[in-house]
Design a protein around this ligand. Sequence first.
Ligand SMILES: Nc1ncnc2c1ncn2[C@@H]1O[C@H](COP(=O)(O)OP(=O)(O)OP(=O)(O)O)[C@@H](O)[C@H]1O
Ligand SMILES: Nc1nc2c(ncn2[C@@H]2O[C@H](COP(=O)(O)O)[C@@H](O)[C@H]2O)c(=O)[nH]1
Length: 475
Amino acid sequence: MLDGPELSKGDSFNPSLQRRRNNPEEMTKNFEWVKLRIPTNEKGEAFYSSIDDTNELNVITWAVWIETGRVGETGRGEAPAFIVDNLRGNFPNGLHLKSKGCETAINIGCNKTYAIGEFDDKSVSTFGIRVFDKSTGEWVIPIVLGTKPKPSKGHSAIVLDEDRILVIKANTTSDDSFWFLEVNTAFVREQRIRLGTEVVAWSKGVIGEAEKPIVISGPSGVGKGTLISKMMEEFPSMFGFSVSHTTRAPRNNEQNGVHYHFTERSVMEKDIEDGKFLEFAAVHGNLYGTSVEAVDVVSDRGKRCILDIDVQGARSVRASSLEAIFIFICPPSFEELEKRLRARDRRTGPKTTPNAKAELEQGNSPGLFDHILVNDDLEACYEKLKKLLGLTHGVKRPEESVLELVTVPLEHTVSKIDRKILVNCGAAEQEKSAVNMFVLDLASIKGGAPGRTRGLNIYAVDPSLDSFIGTQVWS
Ligand SMILES: Nc1ncnc2c1ncn2[C@@H]1O[C@H](COP(=O)(O)OP(=O)(O)OP(=O)(O)O)[C@@H](O)[C@H]1O
Ligand SMILES: Nc1nc2c(ncn2[C@@H]2O[C@H](COP(=O)(O)O)[C@@H](O)[C@H]2O)c(=O)[nH]1
């Protein structure tokens, strides 16, 4: 075992160093153990220790990949140089995960180190994040936005560009394995200014693209709900409805979480303030809104999301980062709209249309809607709607790729070249799983907090090949 260099406060480690407090003998031969003497402050807190390490020794044992030779270097946060021609080795480089309750540290730029870990405190239901700011020499607990991952029994982390960190959770399903901690994206920078403090944001990585959501808008009573119900009935596996939040009271037979999330105004206003809504509007004196989560949960199930929102809401979504198809449903005449509403109100209670005239005018505003459909004859309008969405009877969702069922084991290594991340699940797993080594291709990722990061591509790599780049053997 080597003795590491004496570090000064403010020095940082290569992020591929994984803090370990338990037995060095557990590590594989690919790692060398190095003891780093870490200065402590007057309270006995070690510069690099986690919160529960207070009063611990001032010598902490770290696992260090022997080939990096960068211990104590103030790095840029990159993984050690990647060894492309040695893929047959069990752990070509990077981090060998085995520990429980581990914490990874990533440097971004020259100034900040992000410690990502799981708190031992079971009441904390997500990863702990701490940021060390070298310019002040202080640790800061940031405000954490976005959809937060549940803690896992191990993870690895690797920096992408200078604005986000990819976190790979072990022993979980593929739809929960890949997460992005945004540390300097446009969204995070905006929120940092707004909140006046350190901010990070989680964004869940989703394999593949989701089809663009469909925004259906138009005046109340025009037939939006009727058309949407027909579509959901005919293509149940293709579409999912975005369940809006509203402050209005439930009507007969309306279920919370199914028709709407019925909510208190103060709660909804706070959530709007916290950026959880894609859009919101006051309709007939009540607040209505689409949360980012409402659209994401539908897309995560592999379904195409349908939003039934008023024209103000459509305008807000158009101005947001959500790419969608916007369809305006128009009545054949204002008189016919009033007739339909009167007929419906006899069944469901009175409802006014103070906005209808203005909404009809706005429906024709240039650049707002991609398609305008006149709902005169219901069946004819429905056929037109299907046609413009390219739907024919019996359209099925594509089969799930086998690789979408990948689970990353606790022991894995991660390496990066450009936008490709090689994940090696290790020789021990080889017999158990057909997918022993795979590439996560981030070339086409889109989105991010406050929604999901989509467009991850994943493909298996044949470990007998010397190079993985561009080699797609199975997907
Ligand atoms: N093409 C049509 N011809 C005649 N009646 C129709 C047609 N389309 C829908 N309707 C009827 O018009 C009424 C209003 O339709 P629906 O509730 O679907 O409107 P909506 O746009 O969803 O309204 P809201 O925005 O208030 O929820 C219903 O009673 C429905 O059966
Ligand atoms: N901007 C939004 N408008 C919404 C949303 N959900 C529903 N609506 C619109 O509200 C009116 C009234 O609906 P009702 O269920 O009370 O009859 C209707 O025009 C809906 O399109 C939303 O999330 N955002």
